[in-house]
Structure formats: C-alpha cells, structure tokens
Unconditional design. Sequence first.
Length: 378
Amino acid sequence: MAKRHDVKQTATPWGRAQLQPAWGLLLLFVTLLVLPLGCQEETSSGTAPVVEAESPVISAPAPTETAASQEAEAPAPKMVLAKTVHDFGEIGPGTAQEARFEFTNEGNAPLKITQVHSCCGVVTRGVKAGQVYKPGESGALELDYRASTQPGSMTRNLYIRSNDPKLNTASMTIKATIVPRIKYDPVRLKLFTNAENAGAKEIVLTSLDGRPFSVKGFRATAGALKADFDPTVEATEIVLKPIADIERLKRNNRGRIRIDLTHPECQSVSLLYDVLSEFTVDHEQIMLFNLQAGQPVKREVWVMSNYEKEFEIESVSSQKGTVKLVDQRKQGTRYGLTFEITPPALESERAVMSDVVEVKIKGGTTLSIACRGFYQGK
C-alpha cells in the first residue's frame, strides 16, 4: 500500500521576500496619502513649520490724503482784519480825527503781536507788542490823527507784525482830503522897517463853509506883531489889524503868525511874514579853501542899504581876531569892505577854521558875516 505523504507547505524565504515588497508598497501609498493631510491640519491649527529666510524690507505706506490734510492744518494763528482802509473824506486843516481797525484771530493757535508801526501825525493805542489773542478773540488798533494845516490829499500807512505765518505783516491805510475851511488874505505879510506900522496890511479871515467863528488867539514870532480882537464876537468874516513892533522886527526879519479860531474844522491858521531889512550884505558867509597857517588871504564884501538911505559903518571886528578890515570904499548907498583873513595854527586834527565878522552900522544895526575855511591838503 502506497504511503501517503502529507505535503506540508512551508513558507520559504523567497515567498516571504515576495510578500514583503507588496506590503511595503501598500504602506508607502498610505503614508503618502496621510502626510499631506497632516501638514494641512498643523498649518490650520497655527503651528506652521519654521522656515529660515532673509527678513523682507517693509516700506512705509505712502501718506494718505487724510494725513496730508492733517499736516496742512497744523495749529496756527490767523489775523483777519475787518477793513484795511479808512477814508476820513474831506476834513479841515489842523483838525483831530479818530479811526479804528478791528481784527480777529480766526486761527487755532494764539496770535502774538510783535510790533506796531505808526507814522507821522498818527498816535496809536489799544494794541502793542507782546499782546496775545486767543483763537476766536478780537482786538482793535485805535488811532488819533492830527491833520496838517496845508490843504491837499493825505495818505498814511500803519503796520501790525505778528506770528501769523501767512500774514506776518498786516497793513492798514488811512487817507483824507484836507480842505480849507477858513480863507485868509494875505497869505504872507511883506513888512518894511522904514514904513509906518511896518506897512502891515489887514488880515481878512473868511469862513468857506458858512459857519461862523471867532478869534481866540493871535501870536507872532518874538512878539513882533500883535492884534486887537474880541473873542466873544462870532462872524463868517473877521478883519484883524496887525500892530508892528519895529525894533523887534529888525531883530526878527522872518517869522510866523498863528491865529487861533473857534471854527469846528479849523482851529487855527498860520501865515509867514518877511521884513525887508534896512541893510544887507551880498555874502552872508565867506568860504575859504587850501589855507595855510599864518598866510593871510583877502576877500571883499558889499554892505547895502535896502531903502536907498545914506549910512556909515561904525566898526568892524571878528569874534576870534582872525579877520580884520584893511580897506573900505563907498559907492552911493553901499560900502565895499576888504577883509584880510589870517588862518591860525592848527590846534587839533580837525583842519577847519571859523570866525564871525560883525559889521556895526552907525545907529545900532549890526550885521554878522560867517567865515569858514579849510586848510591845504586836509
């Protein structure tokens, strides 16, 4: 009887080797599927892998329109004037006027005044250097103006300097037309020492606007002229008769008369007077050049009578003794005088000499002639 052999299958190494690659491929496939999913979960959970790289350069963002506007609107004062010109219109000579320039700080920072500049005939008040005005606060520059006594147009400029960045210097202008309210005739007196009452004419004052007035004062240089008047009398025309003091006029041959009035737009009028002196000289000043100490020079001066009267020269002298009379000759009603001038030695670095010659006319009148010279090479 044939033996039955049980066949026992035993896995051989080769078989195991064949099975291992298959399982390995399967495990590799599963791993590849699982790994991507695991990275996504870690990333989403916030635990990202660390990657070392160069730090990127981050540029500042460009300023937006809002930032630029905020920068442009930085806190600053702003002076705004209610007006820049004040016109007084027609005003009388010598009258007092007032004006006012108002302003407001419309900025959002304090406004500081650094300077207030006025001009001739104008006095300012109310605003001065160092004053500070808060945002929204207002101020006013007040001024007093005294009109000139001369007719014509007037313009004056005033300035306020501050810390306003856009209006550092604010300019204001006042203007007016000065119109005569009182007419006076003559406008200049011509007087003569050899005439009765110096030949002074009557002074006629007339109101040009029809308003009555009175005279309340009459003054002349050195009191050489006076006038009688009644300050209680009002009229649209007043006549004054000047009274001359001949001796004072001889000593003051040029001067001014001021007449004070009660007219509301003409408080006073002024007129000049000239006196034709009894004697005159053709050179009131002698000028010398290239002088040398101790070397005399000669000059001639003529003394004349303005009234064609005979006269005599009583004496000639100089205050410092550098000038002496060496010759004189008479022609009708005038004298030719020859002076010898001797420059003294220099006493200082200032190379100039000066003296005054006095010519005394018989009868009391004395004429003065200035003498001035410059040394050679100086």
